[in-house]
Design a protein around this ligand. Structure first.
Ligand SMILES: C[S@@+](CC[C@H](N)C(=O)[O-])C[C@H]1O[C@@H](n2cnc3c(N)ncnc32)[C@H](O)[C@@H]1O
Ligand SMILES: Nc1nc2[nH]cc(C(=O)O)c2c(=O)[nH]1
Ligand code: SF4
Ligand SMILES: [Mg+2]
Length: 218
């Protein structure tokens, strides 16, 4: 059984695949926050911009097995005579609480490349085509390699240097969005200016903007 908060077709907004048409599957639940505002201040991850509670979002629901969820997700990809490789992004919440090898294989069978957005605290199943790891503070990082490391910046007590020698093909810094409800009034610094300054001083790191928020899409 898989629990999905929402599923939608949009453009990947972030990181090295930004701009690419993608089906998003947002799984319910996370191991670093309950998702309730009352718990945010004491959570292991405190700056989340996402509602991942329940299954009540667009195209959300409970799916009995991988075949059912794969059929549901592939129906969101536009029919274009196969000119572009279909692409699915599993996110959440924390997708590695639910994503398994069977579901990855079911998406491959339907011709999809499979991407994952994870906090890096849980081991990924085999077969992922694009693995994005976004470490959260001092939470134990068990995924130390992948396609991109995308660090939200600045995070209290975290310097990017801690991650700079890990085995990733790309290193991105993403300014923390402090506008979502529950995050505003955090006394946050100018996260954009700080992130730009860090990339200028440390050219290993590239700027990742959340371009879907600029474009006004999901
Ligand atoms: C909502 S998370 C879900 C996937 C996974 N749990 C994780 O944290 O990577 C998706 C992406 O949004 C990023 N993100 C979450 N809150 C953010 C914020 N306030 N500003 C910028 N990026 C944020 C995360 O770091 C992650 O890269
Ligand atoms: N367009 C768009 N791109 C995204 N890339 C990562 C997202 C996420 O929430 O994991 C996300 C998202 O929510 N929307
Ligand atoms: S780990 Fe990801 S989904 Fe979980 S609270 Fe943090 S940003 Fe949100
Ligand atoms: Mg998002």
């Amino acid at each position: 059984m898989y629990s999905v908060k929402e599923a939608f077709y949009s453009l990947q907004g972030e990181g090295g695949q930004a701009g690419r048409a993608s089906v998003f599957c947002r799984f319910s639940g996370c191991n670093l926050w309950s998702g309730r505002e009352a718990d945010r201040a004491t959570a292991a991850c405190r700056f989340c911009d996402t509602d991942f509670i329940g299954t009540d979002g667009q195209h959300g629901g409970r799916f009995a097995d991988a075949a059912a969820l794969a059929a549901h997700l592939s129906a969101l990809w536009p029919d274009q005579d196969g000119v572009a490789t279909p692409y699915v992004v599993f996110t959440g919440g924390e997708p590695l609480l639910q994503l398994d090898e069977v579901l990855v294989a079911a998406m491959h069978e339907r011709g999809f490349e499979v991407a994952v957005e994870t906090n890096g605290t849980l081991p990924p199943p085999a077969g992922i085509d694009w693995l994005c790891v976004s470490p959260k503070g001092d939470n134990p990082l068990v995924v130390t390699g992948g396609d991109e490391l995308k660090l939200v910046h600045p995070q209290a007590g975290v310097t990017p240097e801690r991650f700079a020698r890990l085995d990733f093909a790309h290193f991105f810094l993403q300014p923390m969005d402090t506008t979502p409800a529950g995050l505003e009034g955090d006394g946050a610094s100018n996260t954009m200016a700080e992130t730009v300054a860090y990339c200028l001083a440390h050219p290993q790191w590239r700027l990742s903007l959340q371009t879907h928020k600029i474009a006004g899409v999901d």
